[in-house]
Design a protein around this ligand. Structure first.
Ligand SMILES: *Cc1c(COP(=O)(O)O)cnc(C)c1O
Length: 411
């Protein structure tokens, strides 16, 4: 008996809160043997065979049964099945990091001569990876503003193998119309891949909107506690086969302990996201009415340029927003100095509310070169990640920061 198929039976479909706790799908022989309620953790790099033929049979063929850790492990399969259930996907693959997931998926999908269309303002290291594939492997990449469907239509062609989107995007919070863009790309036979890190499966399900693959950094809201690096690719079993084989070659497999922490974090994903989205909406509203603020981007604010698309394809506005204050980086620094407890930090999506100033981090790095202009980062932009702390505490600290930016600007 597999619990998995029961849980995924068409009716009644279990809610995300239930799947997040229980959908650790198939209780393989070992975990059943140990009768553990929670996911087991095996710290072993190897599995033994009872005979030479049995060991030979295990070689790479059945990632669920265990052979050598780089090929797969039981904790990994539990995380993959839970993520597939949450994502509404046939299957999922878990990786050592978000970039491990993205680079392995692109390596498995693209051949020399293939054409890629990518949104121009996506995660900076994904841009660097695509530029590397272009320079070193003969892949052709067009970066366009995919908030404008016509720009994508103009560059799509019969050799387009991949349309690569990210929505909402890091750090400028562009929202891309996955359904419409996927229809255009599918008409030319291209694969559609969406980086859904800034939303996650509780907020949007790109596969249901027509995408073929989703990629995510599970180091962010999926694991959710700022303590583990992980990545995930979800899609059909057929799409994932080559990516799984490539993962064995890139070695971007997740360590069992990190994977166990991911599973533990996932159990509260819907609860955390509901609270974080509600608070983020309140922060976005507060920020948008303050005189020190020159620009705000939050998908569920009516002022967002793709607000209609966001309302159609997202169930909530997400936990991420970005806004700019007067007097550019100087104003942003005043904002940060006035905060009592919200920390400046590099990453996002966890129980901790954190912020960063892209101009001083990713976009101060020269590696992006001319491509940095495509993000049109307004001066003084603050990328703000809302955690699970009390909304009143978050709002009070943000208010103090905004008042300080306003006073700095008045000098
Ligand atoms: C962080 C991030 C990644 C990379 O994930 P890692 O887990 O840091 O490797 C990819 N895409 C987006 C949108 C991200 O925010």
């Amino acid at each position: 008996m597999t619990l998995h198929t029961d849980l995924l039976a068409p009716a009644p479909r279990l809610a995300p809160e239930t799947l997040a706790v229980h959908a650790w799908a198939d209780r393989d022989g070992r975990s059943r043997a140990h009768r553990t309620l929670n996911a087991p953790l095996y710290l072993t790099t190897q599995w033994e065979g009872s005979s030479l033929p049995e060991l030979a049979e295990l070689f790479g063929r059945d990632p669920d049964r265990g052979f050598y850790l780089r090929f797969g492990h039981p904790t990994l399969r539990l995380a993959e099945q839970k993520l597939a259930a949450l994502e509404g996907a046939e299957d999922a693959l878990v990786f050592a990091s978000g970039m491990g997931a993205i680079s392995t998926a692109l390596l498995a999908t693209l051949r020399s001569g293939d054409h890629v269309v990518a949104h121009r303002a996506i995660f900076a290291q994904t841009v660097l990876l695509l530029q590397h594939l272009q320079a070193a492997h003969g892949v052709q990449v067009d970066f366009v503003d995919a908030t404008d469907i016509a720009q994508v239509e103009q560059v799509l062609r019969p050799t387009t193998r991949l349309l690569y989107l990210e929505t909402p995007s890091n750090p400028v919070i562009d929202v891309l119309d996955v359904h419409t863009l996927a229809m255009r790309a599918h008409a030319l036979g291209a694969v559609v891949c969406v980086d859904s890190t800034f939303a996650g499966p509780f907020v949007q399900q790109p596969l249901a909107l027509g995408a073929d693959l989703t990629v995510q950094s599970a180091s962010k809201s999926l694991a959710g506690h700022a303590d583990v690096m992980a990545g995930v690719v979800a899609g059909s079993s057929a799409q994932l086969r080559a990516i799984r084989e490539m993962r064995t070659l890139t070695g971007a497999i997740i360590d069992p302990h990190a994977c166990w922490l991911l599973l533990r974090g996932l159990q509260t994903l819907p609860l955390r996201m509901r609270a974080q989205c509600d608070t983020a909406q309140a922060v976005a509203q507060l920020v948008s009415t303050h005189p020190a603020v020159t620009h705000v981007r939050y998908p569920f604010l009516p002022s967002h340029p793709q607000h209609d698309v966001a309302r159609r394809q997202m169930q909530a506005g997400g936990s991420m927003l970005s806004f700019a204050v007067m007097h550019g980086v100087h104003g942003a620094r005043q904002f940060v100095h006035a905060l009592q407890w919200i920390p400046l930090a590099s990453s996002l999506g966890s129980v901790y509310t954190t912020l960063e100033i892209p101009e001083e981090l990713d976009f101060a790095d020269e590696a992006l070169g001319d491509r940095a202009d495509a993000y049109a980062i307004p001066p003084g932009l603050i990328r703000f990640s809302v955690g699970t702390e009390a909304p009143a505490d978050i709002l009070r600290d943000v208010s103090a920061g905004l008042d300080a930016a306003w006073q700095a600007a008045a000098v």
